[in-house]
Design a protein around this ligand. Structure first.
Ligand code: SF4
Length: 420
């Protein structure tokens, strides 16, 4: 008998970091975050996108602060978000001139809840340490945490060259990719040590070490996690478009999360032209939910369909219900506490339909080709109805809504406890 075979490892213990109203690390739930792709100097577009990301479930949103015009808008963006009731913490993404922007725009420094520093481009040669210290000093003054975010695309070249030279002179040289991974890890750890030496507490430091290859990401984070107890921000950089981006992110982060590694995640998808930026939030949530770490929206299980069903009714119904649930979640979260744990099944025929439907909270087994045109509905494992005729889909949708109201509605005995 296989028991507990696939249980996630106990979560790695990290020092919790407070980012505005959200805790990253420690025992806090794994946080979903995202990043805008608007020009931060365009406050209208940025407010709209931050609001959309937050409403989709992003618990932290990062914005680019790349020039004075952007820094000047940050406090206004914060004010406008507050006015429309969006209290999601904003993180500033700084490269090259972060020290100057934060010093010249103190209202920006104050409006942001965290500063992201890239050790690979915080400054070069003699200026690097000074400019890094300036950012840390400003963070200390404003009592803000930082993320020391290494990215292999902008890795500290001096450090990499030194490690490559040391490796070449070593009696047992390792591969160039192993040296590169070590440089990524050391870059993060050395910068974090420097921040601590400047007076920053471990409870103000989050680390990330992003690369774009799945196996490299797993190796880098597994090593990094064993060498420190800083909270870790997990993400595969430049994951790419569409299914490739989703699969690569899910494969790499899924393995690390299963090992107990990762306190906050971002899925770096490249949106299709004109595509929806909130997709990355949806993917991050679904990754955490399907792995059993958190619940965000009810899950609709649907069979893939096969030659036993020629109708598209079940696919349309599954899509319809999933879409309706996702659209309704901002309201339902308040109205139906616990509804995110609901499981719905929409199945295409009698082979697996009744079995899968019985395992769901509410499920329907639609008729396959040649089957009697009737659809049994199961609620909490019991068959409660058989739907027939043209309106099967509408009737089942209504049954799902009634079930939600009954089980999770205010005043229902199970709205605060798990229902039978
Ligand atoms: S439940 Fe039926 S229709 Fe769906 S995949 Fe299985 S056999 Fe095919």
């Amino acid at each position: 008998m296989i028991d507990d075979f696939a249980k996630p490892k106990q979560r790695r213990q990290s020092v919790p970091v407070r980012v505005g109203n959200v805790t990253v690390g420690g025992d806090a739930p794994i946080v979903v975050q995202s990043m805008t792709n608007t020009d931060t100097a365009d406050a209208d577009a940025t407010v709209a996108q931050v609001a959309a990301l937050a409403r989709a479930g992003s618990e932290i949103v990062r914005i680019t602060v790349d020039r004075p015009e952007a820094a000047a808008q940050v406090p206004r963006i914060r004010e406008r978000l507050d006015r429309i009731g969006i209290d999601v913490p904003l993180v500033g993404d700084f490269h090259y001139i972060g020290h100057k922007l934060l010093a010249d725009y103190p209202d920006c420094a104050s409006a942001l809840e965290k500063y992201r520093i890239n050790p690979g481009n915080v400054g070069f040669k003699a200026k690097r340490d000074t400019q890094f210290s300036q950012i840390i000093d400003i963070a200390l003054k404003h009592d803000k945490p930082v993320r020391i975010g290494v990215n292999w695309g902008s890795l500290d070249q001096e450090l990499l060259t030194k490690l490559m030279d040391d490796n070449a002179a070593s009696e047992n040289p390792v591969s160039a990719s192993a040296v590169m991974r070590e440089a990524i890890i050391q870059s993060g750890l050395l910068s974090a040590e420097r921040a601590e030496a400047l007076g920053m507490g471990r409870d103000k430091i989050i680390l990330s070490a992003k690369v774009s290859q799945v196996q490299d990401l797993i190796a880098v984070y597994a090593d990094l996690a064993s060498r420190c107890d800083y909270a870790l921000h997990l993400g595969l950089t430049e994951a790419g478009m569409g299914t490739k981006g989703i699969v690569s992110s899910a494969a790499s982060m899924g393995i690390l999360l299963q090992q107990g590694i990762g306190d906050t995640i971002r899925v770096s998808l490249t949106p299709e032209p004109g595509g929806d930026r909130t997709r990355e939030v949806q993917v991050a949530q679904e990754l955490l939910q399907v792995m059993g770490f958190r619940a965000f929206v009810p899950i609709v299980a649907a069979c893939p369909g096969c030659g036993r069903t020629t109708s598209t009714v079940f696919q349309e119904l599954a899509g319809d219900i999933q879409g309706h649930i996702r659209d309704s979640m901002p309201k339902w979260r308040e109205q139906y506490p616990g509804v995110e744990n609901l499981n719905v099944a929409v199945m295409g025929c009698i082979v697996n339909g009744p079995g899968e439907s019985k395992h769901a909270d509410i499920g329907i087994s639609l008729p396959g080709t040649g089957e009697t045109p009737s659809a049994p509905v199961f609620v909490d494992g019991e068959k409660v109805a058989t739907l027939r005729g043209e309106s099967i889909a509408d009737e089942f949708k209504q049954m799902v809504l009634d079930y939600i109201e009954r089980r999770y509605g205010q005043g229902s005995s199970s709205s605060t406890t798990d229902a039978a």
